[in-house]
Design a binder for this molecule. Structure first.
Ligand code: GLY
Length: 329
């Protein structure tokens, strides 16, 4: 084990002092789970699984699996939006905040539960990330069934988008949307885990990987500080390590909401490409960051107003308002 030098000891002492000033005196004695706005069922399931003895990371995976299997959730798994060829390519990652281990799959096809495959990567290999056909073969080897993931509704939407690629007709093209679910879990006693899963940006270029399978971007968990997850424009989250930044902000003593807002502000400040900015220099896109501190404090923030997140704690199962950087016009 390395010995801390005097400067490191002082820095560690300062961080500990800040945390001591801000940490909740009464960390919750019940499981707490936080998710994106579409995650009310996920947080309920995750808390139930923790009570049944699951590790928080497993509980988070079980929670988001509900959305992955739901054809009505157009942002994740079965029923999500395909790439520009009409093929579903899914991304997911998970992380155990106690062991510091993670697993991830990117661009996996024909497997309904990329989150569960990510968990297998974490539990059954010494790798962190598998992509494309290798991820598919690994999933098949572990018994995951081959499935067609393009629903009739998603196929029709893709076809409409395809039909509107030409600028010589009268159609208004459907705006490319992204969607995702992230779920962060704290067990009584402080052990934490999380998972993020998505079908990615609708009609993306085949092979495009977003932030959801990238640890530090779409998810980061370290139960000496907290957990953070992201949804929205993945490229912006990757370029700022948005979830890692939020966890480190909590480590420096910020509340969960402040930490989420800090990452959103950083993304807004770091976006300089004119194609991505409105006439006032603000991002045209949105990102949401969800945070759960290791003492149970939770919150979320988005670049634009109107966001919400799902939470389950001692006060029940509900959606709560997210903080924001800019008021939507
Ligand atoms: N945040 C999901 C994605 O950009 O793929």
């Amino acid at each position: 084990m390395s010995t801390l030098n005097r400067r490191e000891l002082l820095a560690a002492g300062t961080a500990a002092a800040i945390l001591a000033r801000t940490a909740r005196a009464d960390p919750p004695a019940v499981p707490v789970a936080v998710s994106s706005g579409n995650g009310l069922r996920a947080v309920a399931k995750a808390c139930e699984r923790v009570r049944e003895g699951d590790r928080p990371v497993e509980a988070a995976v079980h929670g988001v699996s509900i959305n992955e299997a739901d054809p009505k959730d157009r942002s994740v798994g079965y029923g999500g939006m395909p790439n520009e060829d009409g093929v579903m390519e899914l991304d997911a990652c998970c992380m155990d905040g106690t062991l510091g281990l993670g697993g991830s799959v990117g661009g996996i096809r024909n497997i309904m539960h990329p989150s569960q495959v990510a968990l297998k990567v974490m539990d059954r290999t010494d790798h962190v990330m598998l992509v494309g056909h290798g991820a598919y073969r690994f999933a098949r080897a572990h018994g995951f069934p081959h499935q067609e993931l393009l629903t009739e509704d998603a196929r029709k939407r893709w076809l409409k988008w395809k039909e509107n690629l030409s600028d010589k007709d009268d159609w208004v093209p459907e705006r490319a949307k992204g969607g995702t679910i992230s779920c962060l879990v704290r067990a009584p006693g402080g052990r934490m885990g999380g998972c993020t899963t998505t079908s990615g940006l609708a009609f993306k270029i085949p092979g495009r990987i977003g932030d959801s399978p990238i640890l530090g971007a779409g998810l980061y968990v370290d139960d000496t500080a907290g957990a953070a997850g992201a949804t929205g424009r993945g490229e912006a989250v990757i370029l700022t390590s948005g979830s890692f930044l939020a966890v480190e902000s909590m480590r420096r003593g910020m509340s969960a909401t402040e930490a989420a807002l800090e990452s959103c502000k950083r993304i807004a400040a770091r976006t300089k490409d004119a194609r991505l900015l409105d006439d006032q220099g603000r991002p045209k896109f949105d990102v949401k960051i969800y945070c759960l501190r290791n003492d149970g404090d939770h919150g979320a923030a988005s670049i634009w107003s109107g966001g919400s997140y799902a939470v389950q704690d001692a006060e029940g199962n509900r959606n709560a308002k997210a903080a924001y950087v800019f008021e939507r016009p």
